[in-house]
Structure formats: C-alpha cells, structure tokens
Ligand binder design. Structure first.
Ligand code: SAT
Ligand code: MN
Length: 589
C-alpha cells in the first residue's frame, strides 16, 4: 500500500502501513499539494454531495458543505488527553489510561475505511522552512478534511522533503467512521505525538493541525522546549508616525477574536493615518527572541471563522477573505444565485433557499437558517489587511498581551496588570459566558484560563507555572491587560460599541506599554483615566467611559471567592505567585 509513496522516511511508511491495516481502506492516496489533485478531489466531493460548487462568478473557487446535524461543534466531553498518569493531564482535562484508550480506539477504527479512500496529508504548522515549524501527517477518509487542511495549513510533498528521514512529526489519524456521536473521540497522546479522531467530520474535531496539534500537542511541546502555544490572535497596529506595534489577545472561542484580528480603525483614526495588520486570528506560537522580547507567529495558513454576525460593518476584511477559494459550512444556501447567506450578513435574506440542514427555508419561519456555529474556511492570503510578517519565520515582537471574555457585569472595559506575575493571575481568572462554539449550554459563565481550558495538553497548574517561568526568562516582557467589550446596561444592551472602535482601547494599551500615559489604581490593577480613552465620533460620553472602567467591589469580592474555590482543584500545582496575587487582590478589595 505504500508503494509509490512520495517519501522513504521509514517512520512515516511504517506508521502508514499500520493505519492501512487497521482502517482497511480501498485505496490510499497521498496528497501532493498540487492544485490539480485538489481540484479532482473537489469534483469528486461535488459528485457525491459532500461539497456543492457555488456561483463561480460571485464566489470563484468556493464551496458549500453541510455537516451531519449531530456534528456541528467541538465536543469537549469526548476530547481526551491521554498522558501516562492522570496527574499529568490535570483536573481540567478528560483522561484515560493510554493503553486502555488505544485498545478502545483500535476497535472503533478496525475496518472503518472499508469501501472508502484513505488520504494522507503531510502538513506543516508555520511556514515549511521555519526552524519553529512543526510537521504532521493527517490520515483521513474525508475529502472535506483534505480540502480544508489545504486552506488552513501548508500541505504536500514539500513537507515530506523538509521532514526528510526524521521521526519528528505528529501522527494524526482521522476517520468519519459512522459519525456516531456515541463513538466520537478526539484523543491526544502527547508523549507519542499522536492524535486520533473518530466519528466526527467537523472543524476543530477533525482539522487536526488546528486545536489538536497547534494548541494541545504544541502546548505540551512548548512546555518541554521553552516556548508557548496560545489561543491568541496577533494584530499589528501602525500609528500616524509609522511605527508598527503588535499585540496578542486571548479570548474564548466565538468571542470576536477574528473581528479584533482584522479590525478597521474608526474614521478619524484612519484619517490620522492609523492602520492595522492581521498576523493571525486564533493561534499564536510565542518564543523568546534574541532581543529579550517575546515574538509571536501564527502557525496557521487560513481562517476558520464563525459566519453568523460577520458582515461589512462587523468585519469587512473577513468577509472579503471569503470571496474566493473558501469553504462555507452549515450556512444558508441561496438557490436563486447559488451563493451563501447567514444571520447578520445583511437585511435581505434569500427568498428561495435551504437552511444549514438542506431544508427549504425562509426568514419568516422564525428559525435560524445558518447554524450559530456555522463557519467559513478562508485562505489567509485573501485577507486585505494580512501582515507582511505573516509569512515570516520569526514572527512579530509583542508589546502587549491581552486577555478577555464575555462578561455582562463584572469585568471593566480594560485594565492592566501590575506585573508579569499579576498578569498571569489575570489570565488564570478569565471567565466568559459560553457561546455555540462548543456543544453545551449557551450563556452560562465558565472559567476559561487564558482561553486554554479546552486546549491545554497538560496540567493547568504546570501550564501556569510555565507562564511564570517564561516571565522570569524574558528581559522585556510585554505588558498584560484584560478587556471586556461585552458589558451590558440594565436592558441587556452592549454599552461599548466594539468592533473597529476597540482600537480606542488598544491605543490606550499601547501607550501604557510604552509607559507614556498615566492610569488610575484600582484594586484589580490599573484602569484608564476616563479622559484618556478617545471617544471622538462616538455617541457615548466620558461619564459612560467612567462607568465602563469602574468596578463593583461586591461583584469582585464574589468573583475572588469563586476563584479561591476554583483554584482548589489544582492543589499544590497552583503556583505560589497566583496564590499571592489572589490574596493581594482580596486584601485590596
Ligand atoms: O472548531 S474549532 O475548534 O476549530 C473553532 C473554535 O472553536 O474556536
Ligand atoms: Mn479558537
């Protein structure tokens, strides 16, 4: 079966032999990275209905895909970190003994590709010739996965060439199998550099380069190798003097990372000469540079963004990115002009359409046409504001790290930590009201430290310690902040305008990073003097800004009591520095 393989790396060939004899596919197809091969596969997927070709004039090279209705988001309850001991995975990950898990999975994979083709996708996270790149091979029985990986990562023979005869690659085995939710598993074996995903065909469960490799496996590797894999966007901001500074920001899934990553400055900022550049919208790999600063790069090659709510006003750059060579999943299909639509795209829903499940649909039905977690998969090169540094190995130096979440009342618009260690505390207490990006209840507060709760490949206490240790090693660490765009008034309306206007807050953050502006002391850190947030052109006044940066001590006392409780599960793995920061904050309150 490995005859004619485009590599003679024995670590690759032996493993492929193994998975072929386990999964028993009819054919084995090596993905070369050539456009002609991908085009053939797209045609084949169109012939079976797995993909639908969209209007070539309006959306050239674009396709629609619908996933199984029971398979529309990451499933955290079925995601496992199988380290040799439970202790290594920690209290926030699902764990099972690796041998027991391999045994269970091998039964599920046995013969799962009978009657199907097996595709072997060599892929690279980061540009292939980067010294920081991590290579993987994803084996899959899904053409949707092949063509999506071709957008989201660098794929093909060049990866095998760069890998040479090295054993250093991540093994990723994916099968749709029967798409059975009961048999669905997304399993990581960090010590074996192996990922196994079965019975799903959706997004983060199956595009194994993304959350599985670039966060879960990479966070484990980063801990061992002295770098960090983070769930962060990376944004470049150019001021009117022509200086470009970079920030990285962590928010839980579907809290607007893609919007912030591609933000368009408000008009009077644009007129003054402010510009923004997107380096990444979801994942940052962060290292210490020779200059003693932290440098971040985006290991991905595309965007897997939430479609609903994306429009010319909320994120024109994302919308533009999806205009060619993109895949839309679980959106509305406009049958009149063979294009796509989703809630929040515009006020003119199609008249003749089918919904995300392929059922005839009109907006009057009162039901949503697109799934709330419907997505676009778009090449990063399509983005009008993609950074010139996107395709560089060393990435960009960070001036600030920003944490954030969706909090209706507690968190102020922005605050700055007192130090690196205090900043790690701020990241560790992140919480957000849940969205549709993961299955489960929507709208409940859940703690999500550094937005890594579902993505940390080892013990969260060790992960925090790694942050503390990194801070000791960087000579010029970026300053650490927390933002909350989602405070609401008594009627539940958002107070802060958000989107492009978030640059007004970023400007303050950059000035604080440069130490060119004062701030007010609050029990939780530094908050802006209300007059220091530029509100020119907004309908809200300075008094509203004052409210937005004021904290409610009673709510925060409750919050700290919650943190104390939350921290208990980490036992003696909780770093001293975090314990101390909690005590100091309680005292200050
Ligand atoms: O489905 S993904 O995990 O890739 C997207 C997300 O939840 O952020
Ligand atoms: Mn994400």
């Amino acid at each position: 079966m490995t005859k004619g393989a485009p590599t003679d790396n024995k670590y690759v060939l032996d493993w492929i032999e193994e998975v072929v004899s386990l999964c028993k596919p009819d054919n084995v197809i090596w993905i070369t990275g050539e456009e002609s091969q991908l085009e053939e596969l797209r045609k084949e997927a169109c012939s079976t209905g797995e993909l639908e070709k969209l209007n070539e004039e309006k959306l050239p090279g674009c396709y629609l895909h619908r996933s199984d209705p029971r398979d529309v988001a990451r499933v955290e309850s079925r995601t496992f970190i199988c380290t040799p001991t439970k202790e290594e995975a920690g209290p926030t990950n699902n764990w099972e003994d690796p041998d027991a898990m391999y045994e269970k999975l091998n039964k599920l994979y046995d013969g799962c590709m009978k009657g199907r083709d097996m595709y072997i996708i060599p892929f690279s996270m980061s540009i292939i010739d980067s010294p920081f790149a991590k290579f993987g091979i994803e084996v899959t029985d899904s053409i949707y996965v092949v063509v999506s990986m071709a957008i989201m990562t660098r794929i093909g023979n060049q990866v095998l060439e760069a890998l040479g005869d090295s054993p250093q690659y991540t093994k990723g085995l994916h099968s749709k199998a029967k798409l059975d939710p009961e048999g669905r598993y997304i399993v990581h074996f960090p010590q074996d550099n192996t990922i196994m995903s079965i019975n799903s065909g959706y997004g983060g469960n199956v595009l194994l380069g993304k959350k599985c490799l670039a966060l879960r496996i990479a966070s484990y590797l980063g801990h061992n190798e002295g770098w960090m894999a983070e769930h962060m966007l990376i944004l470049g901001i150019e001021n009117p003097q022509g200086e470009v500074k970079y920030v990285a920001a962590a928010f839980p899934s579907a809290c607007g990372k893609t919007n912030l990553a591609m933000l368009i400055p408000p008009k009077h900022y644009r007129d003054a000469g402010w510009k923004t550049y997107c380096v990444g919208d979801d994942i940052a790999w962060i290292r210490i540079g020779d200059d003693g600063r932290l440098w971040a790069c985006n290991p991905e090659n595309g965007f897997f963004g939430v479609a609903p709510g994306t429009n010319a006003k909320s994120n024109l750059n994302a919308l533009e990115s999806t205009k060619k060579n993109s895949i839309f999943t679980n959106v509305v299909h406009d049958l009149d002009d063979n294009t796509v639509w989703w809630e929040g795209l515009n006020d003119t829903p199609p008249k003749n359409a089918v919904d995300w499940q392929g059922r005839p649909w009109t907006a009057d039905s009162g039901e949503k046409g697109a799934h709330p977690n419907s997505r676009f998969t778009a090449p990063a090169v399509n983005c009008p504001c993609i950074s010139t540094e996107f395709n560089t190995a060393k990435g960009v130096p960070l001036s600030a790290i920003i944490f954030g979440g969706r909090r209706a009342k507690t968190a102020p618009l922005v605050y700055q930590s007192r130090s690196w260690d205090h900043g790690v505390f701020v990241g560790s207490i992140m919480a957000s009201e849940t969205t549709a990006a993961a299955t489960g209840q929507v709208g409940v507060v859940r703690r999500d430290p550094m937005a890594m709760l579902p993505f940390c490949g080892y013990h969260m206490g060790d992960y925090w310690q790694h942050w503390i240790d990194m801070g000791k090693k960087v000579k010029n660490p970026p300053k650490i902040f927390n933002v909350n765009w989602f405070r609401t008034d008594d009627e539940g309306h958002f107070i802060w305008p958000g989107f492009g206007d978030n640059l007004r807050v970023l400007e303050w953050i950059l000035k604080r990073s440069d130490e060119t502006i004062d701030a007010d002391e609050a029990p939780i850190g530094y908050v802006p003097k209300p007059e220091d947030i530029d509100i020119e052109g907004l309908t809200i006044g300075e008094d509203v800004v004052r409210d937005l940066v004021t904290i409610d001590r009673d709510l925060w006392k409750e919050e700290m009591a919650g943190i104390r409780e939350y921290y208990k599960q980490f036992g003696d793995k909780l770093p001293e520095e975090l314990k101390k920061a909690l005590e100091e904050t309680e005292a200050a309150l």
